[in-house]
Every structure is written in structure tokens, then in C-alpha cells.
Design a binder for this molecule. Sequence first.
Ligand code: FAD
Length: 377
Amino acid sequence: MPAAETTDVVVIGTGFGGSIPAYYLSAAGARVIMLERGPRLATADFTQDLRLDTYTRIVDLINGTGCAVVAGNCVGGGSVVYFAASLRAPSFVFERQGTLARRLWPAAITRRSLDKYYSRVERVLPVAQESWDEISYAGGLWAAACARAGHTCNPLPVAVDLRQCANCNWMLNGCTFGAKRSMLLNYLPAAETCATEIRPLHEVQSIAPATTSGYRYAVAYNQVDPSDYRIVTDSGTIEAKIVILAGGAMGTPVILQRSAQALGGVPAAVGRYFSPNGDRVTLGVFDEAKVRDLLGLERAPGVPYEGYAIGRPITTASYDYLDASLPEFSRFSLEQIYFPPIVNILAEDGVSPPGSGSTPSRSRPRRSAASTNRTRR
Ligand SMILES: Cc1cc2nc3c(=O)[nH]c(=O)nc-3n(C[C@H](O)[C@H](O)[C@H](O)COP(=O)(O)OP(=O)(O)OC[C@H]3O[C@@H](n4cnc5c(N)ncnc54)[C@H](O)[C@@H]3O)c2cc1C
């Protein structure tokens, strides 16, 4: 029987959670292999369309019971397909207590203890702070509405090179301009410089105890076909001293559950109690007359209503209602956010086509859904 392949560290997943430790461990001299079930695409490979065969090759769409999830499925993981709004979690998040009145996070992890790491990652990505001149019309409109209601509203920090951003509105498909600072542009190439090996289209199946002396875990994987992930083209096992499980909230529990027997059990909570990130998306249709009369905003004559949809395609402003003394689920922040063209199609479904006889509601924008407000709880 051939000897098993061995390495110091196997990292499962190449998103934020996998890329950063992979870089630091390999920079410190460890032999690191990263296994990623999705394909590896570069800036030039991304496409600006939502055809299923192009969009879904970099995302995983998971339809659960009462909860549907979109997650990254490519080298770089969520960092390739996300909105790049780069906020630090507020202190009270780390102080939360569960139903047993115990702190949910280890005592050593607080906002204060994490701040130096936030700063480091913000420097490396890098994260940019948008100025008011750089936010979209929709973001400005939202900020003006907040100001009118007596609330604060600020431009957000984003992991985007604002000089390179072409304002194309396709950032969820992977940035074709290299402006979105995904892991593909920083930690992953840095890790490869330190001899980390990234293996795309390698889907980890399970983890078991290693059989080779000096190694702890055996990671079993399948290699999948680039055009149909259901087809297994090969399989193998790597034994490692350390395994980092960074398959994301949807990927890691599956691996742990499959490995439970071999590893001597996993906590019953693994794979249960899912909660989405608490976003509630609200479609805002602004009354042009009120926008003019109450907010004092006006677009130049002749600028079409589509102008409303166009803006830097990232979250631009937020209003925080995050008072730590409020009970849980009462705290929220409001954000203006851009959603991709497919959301416009959904909204337009309810609009009668021109000439059909029914009167559309007053000043309904042709692309009304492009600017939505998101409530994050
Ligand atoms: C559309 C969208 C927009 C978002 N916008 C924002 C935003 O603006 N700001 C923000 O802070 N967050 C945002 N998020 C959330 C953010 O992207 C995630 O929190 C983050 O990516 C999680 O990082 P992670 O490393 O834990 O997992 P992921 O980034 O999901 O990486 C996990 C990786 O593991 C791989 N994997 C999974 N299972 C296996 C397996 N069995 N074998 C091998 N590989 C596997 C996956 O393919 C994936 O590449 C957004 C997410 C989405 C989907």
C-alpha cells in the first residue's frame, strides 16, 4: 500500500477563515495544503451575467427548510462574491450570553482584544473608507432621509480599491476589474509565495484519525469535475498534524457530522440552530416629489430614473440602533445596499407591461429594486 500523503497543516476552505491562517502558518515555515471544493478563477475569468452555468459555478445555493443560503464556492470563498462592507463587530456582540447565562465567546475574545487584528487585516486587504463624494445617489438619498428623521448615517468602510472600481454593479459575480479586494489578491498569493499549495475542485468528505506516526488527522477528499461538481474524478487522503476547518457556516458542520463516528462524536449542536445573518431586506420606492420637497434633492433634467439604480455597488451608508442596553433582537442597523439585476427582475414581475391597460402606480421606477434598505439585526 502506498504511504499516505502527509503535511503539517491541511486547511479546508479558502475564504477569509482559511486564507489568513494559511498565510501565517506557511510564513512561519509550516507545510500547508489548502483544499477547496470550488474552482479557481482569476479577475479575467469572472463574467457579468447571471447565467446559471457562470454564476452558480462560484456560489453554492443551499435551499434548507425555512432558510435559503448563498455562499461562496470558489478559491477565495465568500470574499469573491460578497459586498465588501467591512465593519468591525460592536463590543456587545462578544459579551452576549446564551440561554444558560454563560458568555457565548471565550473570555479572551473581546472587541478590544480583536482590534489589533482588525487593523492588521484592514491594512492588508486593504479596506478603504468611502467619502461622501464617493457614495451612490441611492446612498445619498438614504442619508438625507435619515438626517431628515434626526438620525446619523455614515459612509461605510469597504474592501474595495475605489480608484479601480468602475461602478459596474456586478460585484456579486466576482470583480472583473480587480477592485474588490478579495482573498485572491492578498492573503492567498502571499501564502503561495510561502509555498502553500492550493488545490481547487477538492471537496473534503470527512476527517478521521491518522494512521501514520506523528500525524493526527486523515482528511479524505474527492476531486470533482470542473463542469459538473457531482462527478467525482478522483479521491485521496492527506494526513496532517493540524487541520483547520474553514468550510464556512454551511460547509464545516457537514464535514464534522460525517466525521462524528471516526472522531468519537461531535457536539449535538453542530449543524443545528442556524440563523441567517439577520438581514431583512426592504424595498424602498421613493416619492420623487417628497425627495425634492422634503430632502431638497434633485437630479438634473433629462437624467433618467435608471440613474437611481446606478451607484457604487456596495453598501454606502448605515444608521445604527445598537444600544447595548436594549434587549436582544431590538438592536439593528439600517443600510442602503445595492442588489444585482436579478432582484430588479423580481420586482418588475408585478408591473404591468406598457399598453396592457392597467395603470402602474405613480412614479414607479423602472428599476426600483436596485436600491434597497437592509436591516441588520
Ligand atoms: C452575497 C454575499 C454578500 C455578503 N456581503 C458581506 C459584506 O458586505 N460584508 C461582510 O462582512 N460579509 C458579507 N458576507 C458574508 C461573508 O462573505 C462571510 O461571512 C465570509 O465569507 C465567511 O468566511 P468563511 O471563511 O468562514 O467562509 P467562506 O468565505 O464561505 O469560505 C468557505 C470556503 O470553504 C469551501 N468549502 C466548503 N465546504 C468544503 C468542503 N467540504 N471541502 C472543501 N472546501 C469546502 C467553500 O467553497 C468556500 O470557498 C456576504 C456573503 C454573501 C454570500
